[in-house]
Structure formats: C-alpha cells, structure tokens
Write a protein that binds this ligand. Structure first.
Ligand code: UFG
Length: 339
C-alpha cells in the first residue's frame, strides 16, 4: 500500500515509517515539525535505503491537505499528528481542541473526497478515564479523560466512529499504553523538546548528565513498592502493531475497531528506574517527591484482542526497552541534530 503517515517525523511516527518500509509498503509523510526535527527523516532513509517524500505543513490547513490528496496516490492513512502534552493541554485547552480536532476533520474530509477508506488512528489508554477496571478492555464504556489532551482523543475516537459508520471507512483505533525505548540501532529515539514530561526520557537525560536527578512522583500508592505501575511498550513493538492493524483493516467486519497496544503487565516507576541503572551499569540519583496531580496508581492492558485479531503481541522486555533507550541517548545526548 501507499501509506500517508501524518506526524511521521515524531517519535512513534518515525519508528512506524521504518516498520512500514521494512514490511514492503510505500510511505509519504506529512509533518509540520512543530515537535520534531527534519533530520529524523535522514536517519529513516539511511536505515532503510528508501526515499521518503515529506510534505511540511499543518494538517489544519484545509487547502493544503486537500491538495495533497489531489496530487498523491494514497491507499491508507496512519494519523499520528497532534499535540500530546497533558499539562500543556490544561493551560492551553483551545489550542489542543483546535489542533487535534481540526487536523482530524481536514484529514478525514480529504480522505472522503478522494475515496481513501483505510485509517489507523493514534489513540491512548487515557480514554479509559479514572474508573475502568484493570486490565483495561476495549469494550469498556463510557470513555472519558481527565485532561483536555485526553478529551481530544475521546472526541476523535467518537468522530471517527461516526464517520466510519456513515461513509464506509475502515478505522482502527489504537490505544497506546506507555511507549518507550528506541530503535535497536541507537540512531532513532525519543527527543523531547525542553524538560521531559514522561518518565523514560527523564531518566535517560539524568543518565546522560542533562538533569541532576529523577523526582519520583509519590511512593505511597497502593502498589507493591508504593510507586505507580504502568504498562510500558517498546516503540518497535508499537510500530509493528501499526503495520498489523493496517494490514487487518480490509478483513475487519465492523467499520471501526479499538485495539489496546500494550504489553499486558504493570511495571513500577522504581522497577523501571532500577532496570535503567542495569542498562547504564551504575546507580543513578533520584529523590522521592510528592504525587503528581491526576496520576492513577496502576493500570495495564488486556492484550487478548490484538493478539487474536491482529496476530500481534509485544515481545521486548523492560531490559530491552532500557538498553535501547540508553544506546540512543548515550550516542545522541542532545537528541537529533538541527537540520
Ligand atoms: N513519573 C515520575 N517522575 C517523572 C515522570 C514521571 O515519577 O519525572 C511517574 C509518573 O508519576 C507516573 C509514571 O512515572 O507514575 C509514568 O509517567 P509518564 O508521564 O511517563 O506516563 P503517564 O502514564 O503519566 O502518561 C501516559 C501517556 C499520556 C497519557 C497519560 C494518561 O504518556 O499520553 O498516560 O493516561 F495521557
């Protein structure tokens, strides 16, 4: 298939572009580089030997989005592009609603006008809200979220479900748990701008000397060691999940289907931190700090549906995730170079 990847220069997007090419698909990327650097595409090209055409614009620009579909042959879309920082979304809700919903409207409208019927959408476990039983199952209702960012994901899932039912689209909603890790080559990985919001890139920056120490947000949760448990998934496993979902769309009997992409077990903050110390080969500094507002104690995925219907499961371990992150971070202490 010829696959348009929106947000293809981002962390998960770029690893998925790589997996798509390795699986024999043709890829083109649209990305506005608001949270990524163009040099990531050179890394993808040198790992695959393929040329990846890149269109640099914001998908909320309806005219440019329409023109892209008018001039390129596109068989399917994987839609990653969007704003994704939970805290920032609380401070700038309108930006999040306008950007995340606006880009989806423009994209799906252009797909309808040009008869493109396959869509894989980048969603999040955040749509399960605060009260879903663990492990999270795809059929859980009602979906909800506790941040404007999360609510844009709930709303986009709803919009896409309605459009799929009305217009004959096939849509896979992929609910990610906690993506971490880096390409095994050490040449591609997560490159957050500014102070990292998420645990793994923060630990990696402590290890490489960019941050003084990790602050662990709370050790008094009702978990085995008192720190929060999450379902970490290696970004290469996650990328493979997108290829599996894309290739499954035509066989789907319903217009829309949600799939959890996670590993199916919880790992605590302290366990992940200790695993990272093993990868680096020495101890790292940390302190116990207060709880972060909005954090849930523990959750992980029910992975049965993805295994049965997509034939996909995560295979890489926590130690793989830490070793690959460290390979990337130590070889690229400042992330991707400016292009
Ligand atoms: N944590 C720390 N110190 C840090 C950063 C994180 O202790 O410096 C802890 C958090 O408190 C949490 C765990 O590490 O217990 C994981 O935190 P992340 O920020 O890495 O990930 P979250 O589970 O909070 O966030 C994920 C996704 C979001 C999504 C959110 C809500 O990254 O996209 O879940 O479901 F919105």
């Amino acid at each position: 298939m010829r696959v348009l990847v929106s947000g293809g220069a981002g962390y998960i997007g770029s690893h998925t572009v790589l997996s798509l090419i390795e699986a024999g698909h043709d890829v083109l990327v649209v990305d506005d580089f608001s949270n990524s650097k163009p040099t990531v595409m050179a890394r993808v090209e040198s790992l695959t030997g393929a040329h990846v055409p890149v269109h640099a614009f914001d998908l909320t620009d309806v005219d440019k989005t329409e023109r892209l579909f008018a001039t390129e042959q596109i068989d399917a879309v994987i839609h990653f592009a969007g704003l994704k920082a939970v805290g920032e979304s609380v401070a700038k809700p309108l930006e999040y609603y306008a950007n995340n919903l606006g880009s989806t409207f423009a994209l799906v409208n252009a797909m309808r006008h040009h008869d493109v019927r396959r869509l894989v959408f980048s969603s999040s476990a955040t749509v399960y809200g605060d009260n879903a039983p663990v492990p999270y199952h795809e059929d859980y209702q009602p979906l909800s979220a506790s941040s404007p960012y999360g609510r844009t994901k709930v709303m986009q899932e709803q919009v896409l479900s309605d459009v799929a039912a009305a217009d004959g689209l096939k849509v896979a909603l992929l609910r990610y748990f906690n993506p971490v890790g880096a390409h095994r080559s050490g040449t591609m990985g997560e490159d957050p701008q500014g102070i990292p919001n998420n645990l793994m890139p923060f630990i990696a920056q402590v290890a490489v000397g960019r941050r003084e120490k990790l602050a662990i947000f709370g050790d008094d949760y009702p978990t085995a060691d008192g720190t929060c448990e999450r379902d970490y998934i290696h970004v290469e496993d996650l990328a493979a999940g997108h290829v599996a979902a894309l290739e499954h769309l035509d066989a789907m009997t319903e217009p829309v289907r949600a799939f959890n992409l996670g590993g199916g077990t919880g790992t605590s903050v302290l366990e992940l931190f200790r695993a990272f110390e093993r990868a680096v080969g020495h101890e790292l500094p940390y302190e116990i700090a207060g709880r972060r507002a909005g954090d849930l104690p523990a959750y992980w995925a029910d992975t049965a549906r993805a295994a049965e219907e997509l034939g996909w499961r995560a295979t890489r371990t926590i130690d793989d995730m830490c070793a690959d992150t460290w390979r990337w971070q130590s070889a690229n202490p400042q992330g991707y170079p400016e292009g």
